[in-house]
Design a binder for this molecule. Structure first.
Ligand SMILES: Cc1ncc(COP(=O)(O)O)c(C=O)c1O
Length: 353
């Protein structure tokens, strides 16, 4: 995956820079936030400097802090638990369900303690289990529901954009994402109070802009208008990128349908825009080396977070362990052509033959 920009970004940036640019977040940022609201259907959007800080900000707005526990899936990018660590909370790892690789609520039930204050649900590659059940689970335990939807811009569940089932939903615009601003994150919510809290927390705790009166502690998690210039142009392309990601996933699926050593997670392509092409294969390391010889990059998916040196926590995570051991990302950039997908699929067939 890679950032994809063209003349639209170049000319938008040129005209922004030659029109008395404010540089840090201002009108362009508001325009970008409005586009995210319009696309997702959320009432409010707050953009931040990245999709890790946005998760920490969501936790802070939820009142989570030192000594609290946050449920996170064992199968995710490490930013999910790290965002809780950064504010002094403890991430508690939960195994995932084998049909989606999203948090398994039965396993989550066993992980809840009196210290549990929030649950971060990661829609892995745009897929989810029933998000209404996740909401009911959080309500039952009186814990705060945050959706880490970093991988899910363009994906919906039951007609509603992912990220809108949680009290707060979080997105990332890092370089490989479906749209990018280089770095960047966004939080969406329908709750006026949470919106105000997040807006203040990311701006030094200022009650309104342009003064030095602070009625609460806050930080600097702000965006820049320069990023927003890129973001606005990228948002205009989101619809076509969503279509292309779906087409690519389908083409890989069709091309590899007869290879019994390769499987896909069932993906509802009506609603899901897979951010990357993930396959689950036997003899993964040998396949990676074979593809590399042919000039095709690929990358093993996340190791179970509990087993990473950064955490080294014991526990039972059989599903995460199984899928982490066989998951592989195939070339997923929207620049990858149909011919290249066919050539990669052909090489995979050749390997197993
Ligand atoms: C699930 C998940 N959460 C959080 C992040 C972190 O986002 P960022 O790189 O913008 O900090 C990522 C990035 O890939 C992610 O995949």
């Amino acid at each position: 995956m890679e950032p994809v920009i063209d003349d639209a970004e170049v000319s938008a940036m040129n005209s922004y820079l030659s029109s008395g640019a404010w540089l840090t977040e201002f009108k362009k940022t508001e325009e970008f936030e409005k586009m995210i609201c319009d696309f997702t259907g959320a009432k409010h959007c707050v953009v931040t400097n990245n999709g890790t800080i946005s998760l920490s900000l969501a936790l802070l707005a939820a009142g989570v802090g030192a000594g609290d526990e946050v449920l996170v899936p064992d199968m995710t990018m490490i930013a999910t638990p790290n965002s809780a660590k950064m504010i002094g909370a403890s991430p508690v790892f939960v195994d995932v369900a084998s049909d989606t690789l999203c948090m398994d609520l039965e396993a989550a039930e066993k992980a809840v303690t009196p210290k549990t204050k929030a649950l971060m649900y990661v829609s892995f590659n745009g897929r989810t289990n029933d998000l209404e059940l996740v909401r009911a689970f959080c309500d039952k335990h009186s814990i705060f529901f945050i959706e880490d939807a970093a991988q899910s811009l363009g994906s919906f569940y039951k007609g509603k954009h992912i990220g809108r089932y949680g009290s707060i939903g979080s997105f990332s615009f890092s370089a490989p994402k479906i749209i990018t601003t280089g770095q960047g994150g966004a939080l969406i919510t329908d709750d006026d109070g949470l919106y105000e809290k997040m807006r203040k927390l990311k701006d030094f705790g200022r009650s309104s802009g342009g003064n030095d009166f602070h009625d609460s502690i806050g930080y600097n998690f702000k965006f820049t208008d320069m990023q927003a210039v890129i973001g606005v142009e990228q948002m205009k392309k989101l619809g076509s990128r969503v279509s292309r990601k779906k087409e690519m996933f389908k083409r890989y699926q069709d091309g590899l349908a007869e290879v019994k050593e390769v499987s896909f997670i069932a993906t509802d392509l009506e609603n899901t825009a897979p951010w990357f092409i993930d396959v689950y294969v036997s003899r993964r390391d040998e396949l990676v080396a074979f593809l590399k010889e042919k000039g095709f990059g690929s990358r093993p998916i996340y190791p179970p977070i509990h087993s990473q040196e950064a955490y080294s926590v014991s526990g039972s995570f059989p599903v995460t362990e199984e899928f982490a051991g066989k998951g592989l990302w195939l070339p997923s950039s929207i620049k990858v052509t149909d011919e290249q997908i066919d050539a990669i699929s052909f090489a995979i067939k050749e390997f197993y033959a």
